[in-house]
Design a protein around this ligand. Structure first.
Ligand SMILES: [Zn+2]
Length: 371
């Protein structure tokens, strides 16, 4: 394959401009480039036809579980990554300080998909897949965190799961520990919310600008909404401070009803992620594109759902080379179609909607090459 390419005839979605227009995209040596620069190279320009398709910066899924074999529900990275039009995935806490080395060797270095990681604040990560924060002796120390973040470039933050089944008697203490680690290293925390305790009234005040709340729109009791459909004050304050809500669909963490109510009153942008793993990749999650399709059926625009998996996700974890179409950045592109056929889509509460159109991956370009 030549080192020069033009993706042509597609409808290009630029998430930074919030616009869709017919446009060609140039690629030189794995980076995005102006068309004139590519044409100036003369011969051997590869032409990639995107007719009838949309072209966007490579999609980013902020919440997946791809620690295959070591965590029993871990799914193969490329299966939920490049094969589904997702060029960057972030594993959310499957690995901890003790087993990140294995994760790096087995997953990060063996995948075509860019694999990043929110490191679990528990040494063992999700290798036991339950109650990893119930024993305080499992918590990573500041020294360990400083050591591993200094040498591992694919670590983007910490993961702390704040559900009663995970923390047991520890309550809010593990999140206070995560706060201390994140302050020391200066990276975001991704906090999973679920069944209390701890309650969101204790969780949200510990979060700062830059942090992420995954499973934000779950349908369980004690969520982000009051009975009158307004946000609980702690959630409203967190959003005002610059905390990001993230979908993290998962097996039991996304409710059409919650997102509908949120959308009625609030327009604060959020990120869309799947929390995909072996137990939910068929149902109810499907894929990142099917998750995005659910939001479109609920009234969000194509531009909005693409922003939620590109620029917004990239900026939150400090990626400057992804999520954008700026010349000179990494040529990761997702080419997809919108298929107009009635499709039943389900949330984590077992509620189904009939979508009249769904996104479908067509071609994935990673570092300038068709995968
Ligand atoms: Zn998860």
């Amino acid at each position: 394959m030549s080192d020069y390419a033009i993706v042509e005839n597609g409808l290009v979605i630029d998430p930074e401009k919030g616009r869709i227009e017919k446009q060609d995209i140039g690629i030189i040596d794995g980076k995005l480039a102006a068309i004139e620069e590519v044409l100036a190279k003369g011969e051997n320009i590869q032409r990639i036809d995107a007719y009838g398709c949309y072209v966007a910066p490579g999609f980013i899924d902020l919440h997946v579980h791809v620690f295959k074999d070591v965590t029993y529900l871990g799914i193969e990275a490329d299966r939920v990554g490049v094969e589904q039009g997702v060029t960057t995935i972030v594993d959310a806490g499957s690995a901890g300080y003790s087993n990140y080395g294995v994760f790096k060797e087995n997953v990060v270095s063996k995948s075509k998909t860019e694999v990043l990681c929110f490191l679990n604040i528990s040494h063992v990560g999700l290798s036991t897949w339950k109650s990893e924060l119930a024993d305080p002796s499992n918590l990573m120390t500041v020294e360990e965190a400083a050591d591993i973040f200094a040498r591992e470039p694919n670590l983007v933050g910490f993961k702390a799961r704040m559900s009663s089944s995970v923390v047991k008697e520890q309550g809010i203490a593990p999140l206070k520990h995560a706060r201390m680690l994140a302050n020391a290293i200066d990276v975001p925390i991704m906090v999973h919310i679920g069944n209390p305790p701890p309650y969101l009234q204790e969780v949200f005040p510990l979060l700062r600008k830059g942090d992420i709340v995954t499973h934000a729109f779950h349908g369980k009791k004690h969520g982000i909404l009051n009975e009158d459909r307004t946000l609980i004050p702690e959630a409203e304050d967190a959003l005002a401070r610059g905390v990001l809500f993230d979908v993290g669909h998962g097996t039991s963490s996304f409710s059409f009803d919650t997102i509908r109510k949120f959308k009625e009153r609030y327009s604060t942008p959020f990120s869309i992620s799947t929390d995909i793993y072996l137990g939910n990749y068929q149902k109810p999650v499907g894929s990142l594109m099917l998750t995005m399709s659910k939001f479109m059926q609920l009234g969000f625009s194509l531009e909005e759902v693409v922003q939620a998996v590109t620029i917004r996700a990239a900026q939150r974890i400090g990626l400057t080379e992804q999520g954008t179409l700026k010349s000179g950045t990494r040529a990761d592109l997702t080419i997809f179609r919108i298929v107009e056929e009635p499709t039943t889509l389900t949330d984590s509460e077992g509620v189904s909607i009939l979508a009249d159109r769904v996104l479908q991956p067509k071609m994935t370009i990673k570092d300038g090459r068709v995968v």
